[in-house]
Design a protein around this ligand. Structure first.
Ligand code: FES
Length: 116
């Protein structure tokens, strides 16, 4: 099983100076540690992924699929990334997205290969 959460913290996503919401990087890393997700679901904080107009962007990636979510605007959205990772660990890569993220999905054709 491979699963990865890629969180954009690039030139636009998370840039408060551009009027965008902060990306809670430290909180995400802490949540990964507290929930012992390290080594099970990769957390990658990345530079610009491309679709800056959808700030703030993240990608939920598995062996089979990648799902882009955008306009993440608060802790609830980022907490839901943690929830998704926990669900994957417990139930495999075909779990449904948390509802709060399902509404943020957008299509993006870029095939993503981002490593820590
Ligand atoms: S900065 Fe996040 S998509 Fe460009």
């Amino acid at each position: 099983m491979f699963a990865q959460v890629v969180v954009c913290d690039g030139c636009c996503c998370g840039r408060i100076s551009k009027g965008h919401n902060e990306v809670p990087i430290d909180a995400l890393k802490s949540a990964w540690q507290e929930n012992e997700l390290d080594g099970k679901v990769e957390l990658t904080i990345s530079g610009c992924l491309g679709p800056c107009s959808m700030h703030n962007v993240a990608v939920l990636k598995t062996d089979e699929d990648q799902t882009w979510v955008g306009k993440l605007s608060g802790n609830e959205h980022y907490d839901a990334l943690v929830d998704w990772a926990l669900e994957v660990v417990n139930n495999g890569v075909n779990v449904a997205l948390p509802q709060i993220l399902a509404t943020q999905v957008f299509e993006h054709s870029k095939s993503l290969v981002v490593r820590n």
